[in-house]
Write a protein that binds this ligand. Structure first.
Ligand SMILES: Cc1ncc(COP(=O)(O)O)c(C=O)c1O
Length: 461
């Protein structure tokens, strides 16, 4: 902790006493005082009062330009008028039946029209969807092992709770990472079936297949790794994964929970021109409601159609969420909306780059579609081991300094990224950049001071 960072933390505490009080009370009954571990950060998280469009207010009435947008689940922005209208219409006619109604087909049609898939099953969260996708791959191939990337996040279930944020001293060789279980309570029989590869390294994946011939059911990957901030695949990498998995008879699962409703009209499949076997969708496809889906070819989904593989859920395809999803696909996730948001994102990335250069920060900004991040690292992050050395203190300084000036630049934690919604405007982006320009010299000064003391950042947690 250095003085300029401490000063921003003091300002945060001065501006947000009601959040502190609410957190202290919540922690008496709710572990960590929050509903999901990611939402806790020191000294305490902001508690939200309301949100509308591109803005939210905390309990003390402070306003923030919101680029957290529920960890990227709100490409629609807060209370999108079309989604609100569709949902309120549904609230009068029954919210849950546990029976089919017809909107399943309509929404499946929308998904099949823009992703290279033929059949869809719906759920409520990304975790559920990646869990069932892995079961689907195991059902189809009759194999048990799966490959995931070091640093990749696909939800909280056991098979993917491996090497999410492994630490030095445990994670082993960079080209052949040691699998590290990321929570107590994970069933070792399940996590043992998960093999770990470094992102952007095709030979490492090939090696894993060769070491486990005929055993790997699936490779699951985020097309852009957005759980290490913002890490683009190298040119040809995803197509390379497609070829390797096909050659070894394994399913290629693209986890588009983050990219599906934010990168492009047809998600990462369209953006990178790649055809996976199974696509996972979640977050922004629900327009602010808890909708998720997995989709594949008719041939792959046949194991469900023939009742060989079980997939179920009481809340699946409830009419409220389906109405939200249909309107989101038809009126929010339009080609025009993607154009609008991509232009704003380009402006934001370029603006960050200009200021970084002007003040001499060792950092860079990158982005695509609705997402991007400022990374305190000297060159492009290509995998988890690069990201591991991002300077956390400077990042924390950046985040609180922006928050104290009304910009929620992204969710807390340096493994996250900003989201821009369809309701953000050019004026919002100007305001964001103006605040960054204001705080950047202090970041550069702190960075320089730290460089004279020691190497780039430490990795404490
Ligand atoms: C790529 C990816 N997959 C899956 C998930 C899990 O989704 P959920 O939080 O809806 O369970 C997340 C959540 O952040 C994610 O980023």
């Amino acid at each position: 902790m250095y003085p300029a960072l401490q000063q921003e933390l003091d300002t945060y505490e001065r501006r947000t006493p009601k959040s502190r009080e609410a957190h202290e009370r919540a922690a008496q009954r709710v572990p960590l005082g929050v509903g999901s571990n990611y939402r806790f950060y020191p000294p305490y998280p902001l508690f939200v009062r309301d949100g509308q469009g591109s803005r939210i207010h905390d309990l003390d009435g402070n306003e923030y330009l919101d680029h957290n947008l529920c960890y990227g689940a709100l490409f629609a922005g807060h209370c999108h008028p079309a989604v609100m209208k569709a949902v309120s219409g549904r609230l009068e006619t029954g919210t849950l039946f546990g029976m089919p109604h017809g909107m399943e087909l309509e929404l499946a049609d929308e998904i099949c029209a823009r992703f290279p898939v033929e059949m869809v099953r719906f759920g409520n969260s990304g975790s559920e969807i990646t869990m069932h996708s892995l079961r689907l791959a195991r059902s189809v191939t009759g194999r048990s092992k799966v490959i995931k990337m070091e640093g990749g996040y696909h939800g909280g279930h056991d098979a993917v709770s491996v090497s999410v944020k492994p630490k030095e001293g445990q994670f082993g060789n960079a080209e052949h990472p040691t699998p590290v279980v990321s929570s107590l309570g994970v069933l070792t029989g399940t996590s043992d079936a998960t093999l770990i590869a470094p992102f952007n390294d095709l030979p490492a994946v090939e090696r894993l297949f060769e070491e486990h011939p005929g055993e790997v059911a699936a490779l699951i990957v985020e097309p852009i790794m957005m759980n290490i901030a913002f890490c683009m695949p190298d040119e040809g990498y995803l197509r390379g994964l497609r070829q390797i998995t096909r050659r070894h008879g394994a399913m290629f699962i693209m986890d588009e929970v983050k990219t599906g409703g934010k990168l492009a009209y047809g998600g990462a499949c369209e953006y990178f021109q790649v055809q996976p076997d199974i696509v996972c969708l979640g977050k922004s496809i629900g327009g602010g409601f808890s909708l998720a889906a997995f989709a594949a070819s008719r041939e792959v989904m046949d194991v469900i159609a023939k009742q060989k593989m079980f997939h179920a859920g009481t809340y699946n395809t409830n009419p409220v969420v389906m109405a939200a999803g249909l309107t989101t696909f038809r009126e929010v996730l339009t080609r025009d909306a993607f154009d609008h948001v991509s232009k704003l994102n380009q402006k934001l990335v370029c603006g960050y780059q200009d200021t970084v250069k002007k003040v001499g920060l060792i950092a860079y900004a990158d982005g695509a579609g609705a997402n991007g991040a400022l990374m305190f690292y000297p060159h492009r992050v290509r995998n988890y081991r690069d990201w591991y050395h991002v300077d956390e203190d400077i990042w924390t300084h950046y985040w609180f300094a922006m928050v104290n000036r009304g910009i929620l630049a992204q969710p807390y934690w340096w493994d996250e990224q900003w989201t821009i919604s369809v309701q953000h405007t050019e004026k919002d982006i100007d305001e964001h950049l103006q605040v960054f320009e204001e705080i950047a010299p202090a970041l550069a000064a702190a960075q320089e001071e730290r460089m004279t003391v020691g190497p780039l950042g430490t990795h404490a947690s």
